[in-house]
Design a binder for this molecule. Structure first.
Ligand code: GAL
Length: 368
């Protein structure tokens, strides 16, 4: 088994930290702060029990993205059963930003209250003075209660009729794609309670404005929602995208003033073909670029047996990026693997190809 110091990425292999333990930061994201990288992700335990949260959000730090130091638990779940983030809740896909105005580190994550399956569809927010934490849990909510999406016509800004409510109740919406998905009903149903929020990422633009990008409307529609200047709440400005196309696992990068979005379909822990999009503004219009993966049919159809979680700017190479993805192991969650691959750009397209082993030096001109 390879151990530190690592000189290369080995997608899908065990990846040991400075203690010789497989990194435990699934569904994660990376923050660069004062020259150090911080990887926050879901701490999973062994077995199927590891699919819910029993420990919290783990954080590691590194200067080279290869050799990671265990910095402990950044946000701990609570032993108090009355807490929204009590042990046994589902706490997924944590992402952390540094807010330059408040000088706080702000974490958002997907939260499912204990014993409710994936029905609560909330986002949680926590705050810290240091990237390692400890993060203090603030609250959870469904975003944008009482606010209409900006890209919805006046005529569609209305409550559901009794017939529409009945139509919705008949559908078995369980997070996966359904035929005859009603594209124009669920955001209206959820106006008062706030919009559903499951798989998510945060994206911080060059001007400091940050966005929460999340699967909404029973996963059928992706929402992009601007955050308040302190990053603690939705600013009440949001738009809906790709209605009825069922996107999950969103990740965003910005390169040469263009925005690229990579997502997956909705098949739970099982992998599926990735999707990619490009736009000149975070608000779109987003152009569909199709599946970014190239390789064998199996690799293309399963995104190399993984599902994306973050797009990471490569150190010192302004035009080069790394896709971070998870190879889930739901039967033994702690053994989930990390698939990090260079992002290549070919004309308009963003392309991902399998590499058995690669180093940052190989982010060559093609990649850049
Ligand atoms: C995936 C999602 C994961 C997790 C899982 C549960 O589609 O991306 O974050 O929620 O479903 O089945």
């Amino acid at each position: 088994m390879m151990t530190q110091p690592y000189t290369h990425f080995h997608p899908g292999e065990l990846w040991l930290d400075d203690q010789g333990v497989h990194v435990n930061a699934h569904g994660g994201g990376i923050l660069l702060h004062e020259g150090r990288y911080y990887w926050h992700g879901e701490h999973k335990i062994a077995g199927g029990a590891g699919n819910s949260a029993h420990v919290g959000v783990h954080v590691y730090s590194s200067v080279d993205l290869l050799n990671w130091k265990d910095e402990g638990i950044a946000l701990a779940v609570s032993p108090d059963p009355a807490s929204e983030i009590c042990a046994g809740c589902i706490l997924e896909r944590p992402k952390v930003l540094f807010n330059a105005l408040t000088r706080k580190f702000v974490m958002w994550f997907h939260l499912e209250l204990k014993s409710q399956g994936y029905g609560s569809a909330r986002c949680g927010v926590a705050i810290a003075d240091r990237p390692e934490g400890p993060f203090q849990y603030l609250e959870s909510f469904r975003p944008n209660a009482g606010v209409w999406p900006q890209n919805v016509a006046e005529t569609d800004r209305r409550p559901l009729s009794p017939e529409e409510s009945a139509q919705l109740k008949e559908l078995n919406l369980n997070g996966g794609a359904v035929p005859n998905y009603p594209e124009n009903l669920i955001y209206r149903r959820d106006l008062d309670t706030g919009q559903m929020s499951r798989d998510m990422t945060l994206f911080q633009d060059d001007d400091g404005t940050a966005y929460h990008v999340h699967s909404a409307e029973d996963n059928g529609v992706l929402h992009i929602s601007q955050l308040t200047p302190d990053y603690l709440r939705p600013a009440g400005i949001y738009r809906r995208y790709f209605a009825g196309e069922f996107n999950e696992a969103p990740a965003i990068l910005k390169r040469r003033s263009r925005y690229y979005l990579v997502s997956s379909g909705c098949t739970g822990w099982d992998p599926n073909p990735a999707r990619s999009y490009v736009a000149d503004s975070i608000w779109g219009p987003w152009t569909r670029l199709g599946n970014p993966c190239e390789g064998t049919t199996e690799q293309v159809e399963t995104t190399f047996h993984s599902q994306g979680t973050f797009l990471l700017p490569a150190p010192g190479k302004p035009d080069a990026f790394i896709l971070m993805a998870d190879r889930w192991r739901p039967a033994d969650a702690i053994d989930g693997r990390y698939v990090w691959l260079p992002v290549e750009f070919e004309g308009e397209r963003l392309v991902l190809r399998w590499r058995e082993r690669w180093s940052l030096d190989e982010l060559d001109s093609k990649v850049m």
